[in-house]
Design a protein around this ligand. Structure first.
Ligand SMILES: Nc1nc2c(ncn2[C@@H]2O[C@H](COP(=O)(O)OP(=O)(O)OP(=O)(O)O)[C@@H](O)[C@H]2O)c(=O)[nH]1
Ligand SMILES: [Mg+2]
Ligand SMILES: [Zn+2]
Length: 339
């Protein structure tokens, strides 16, 4: 559980949701057991979860083909990217065991718990676009989350075609992004008009990557550019507010022709970081690391204390003031969530 305090009403909601989950899990377990008992089931084999649909998962049975499966009891946290042991069956198979994960992408959910989005990924592609406008600090939040998970992030600015007609927006995007390469983060520019797709393809080759970002930035459109046969549904932005319309509803895994796996994920409203603590957030800014521990006070908040090594580094141009501002913003939010 998070450290966030829940109001009585929230606590009641969480309880209700947990009860519903337990009920669903019991029904699912019963389904799985029934299939196993009635079972014309095939032998146990290893497989990969390529999608998750409520109480069932899709397990890859052959390249490009998948089978719907129930899950055996206690396997209720399977996600896209998980390696499992499963048995084929008609009309549904059964997943009987989950293999250990190398990594997992998880984020706080709105009920005070953590939601795992995908497993066994080694690269997070943070997709942003001029429209919908990136939320404040969005990039830094994803970068901090990636650093905490130990998974390499890459920033992708999509819909670059829109910038040609709008020089001011072009300049604003350039300003937003120009500090990242010097910190060591890669920035790719793409568009569904082919621009930058080859570079994106190269970045994805041989890795297991996931597209994350706000709804409507064009994650599924990029998958369709890379893999036209995927034919994923894409959704126009809302007309009045130019916001995404939450078109993708489940994380789905694809194999890339040049080798590698790519997971498309549903856009999210906010990427909370209140599961992290202050040292994790500090470490989440790699350019802060050489200075951490050098402040006069051990518990320095880097707010204006005397002899603060981070503030000195900002003065000397070694840390960008926008990144320190982002850091403070995230810390403030943690403090609010935990008070
Ligand atoms: N101009 C332009 N429009 C794009 C580009 N990529 C996607 N779009 C449009 O942006 C809208 C949203 O695209 P999606 O691919 O559904 O976005 P998404 O990130 O998958 O959204 P969710 O599934 O809701 O998270 C659609 O109308 C796309 O046609 C691009 O490179 N340029
Ligand atoms: Mg989508
Ligand atoms: Zn300090």
């Amino acid at each position: 559980m998070s450290k966030r305090k829940l109001s009585r009403q929230q606590a009641w909601r969480v309880e209700k949701i947990q009860a519903e989950r337990a009920k669903r899990a019991a029904r699912r377990d019963a389904d799985a057991e029934k299939a196993l008992q009635e079972g014309e089931l095939g032998p146990e084999q290893e497989g990969l979860i390529v999608a998750h649909y409520g109480s069932q998962v899709a397990v890859e049975s052959a390249p490009g083909e998948s089978v719907r499966c129930h899950m055996r009891a206690n396997l209720d946290n399977l996600v896209t990217g998980d390696q499992v042991i499963w048995c084929a069956g008609e009309p549904t198979g059964v997943v009987v065991a989950q293999l250990a994960r190398n990594s997992e992408l998880a984020r706080p959910d709105s009920h005070g718990g953590m939601k795992t989005v995908a497993a066994n990924i080694d690269q997070i592609l943070v997709v942003i676009a001029p429209y919908p406008e990136p939320h404040a600090n969005l990039i830094d939040r994803y970068l901090v989350a990636s650093e905490a998970l130990g998974i390499e992030p890459v920033i992708v600015l999509n819909k670059c075609d829109l910038l040609q007609a709008e020089p001011e927006l072009d300049a604003a995007m350039a300003t937003l992004l120009d500090l990242y390469p010097s910190i060591g983060y890669r920035v790719l520019r793409t568009s569904n008009t082919e621009a930058g797709i080859d570079a994106l393809r190269r970045a994805l080759q041989g890795r297991t990557s996931i597209f994350v970002g706000q709804s409507g930035v064009g994650k599924s459109s990029l998958v369709n550019m890379l893999l036209p046969e995927a034919q994923l549904r894409v959704g126009a932005l809302s007309e009045n507010r130019q916001k995404g319309t939450h078109t993708t509803t489940t994380a789905q895994l694809f194999h890339l022709d040049a080798g590698g796996r790519l997971i498309d994920s549903p856009g999210i409203r906010e990427f909370g970081l209140w599961h992290l603590d202050r040292p994790q957030v500090e470490q989440g800014f790699p350019e802060f690391r050489p200075f951490l521990g050098n402040c006069r006070f051990r518990n320095c908040q880097h707010e204006g204390e005397p002899d603060c090594a981070l503030l000195a580094a900002v003065e000397e141009g070694q840390i960008n003031p926008r990144r320190l501002a982002s850091y403070r913003h995230i810390i403030e939010e943690l403090a609010q969530a935990q008070s």
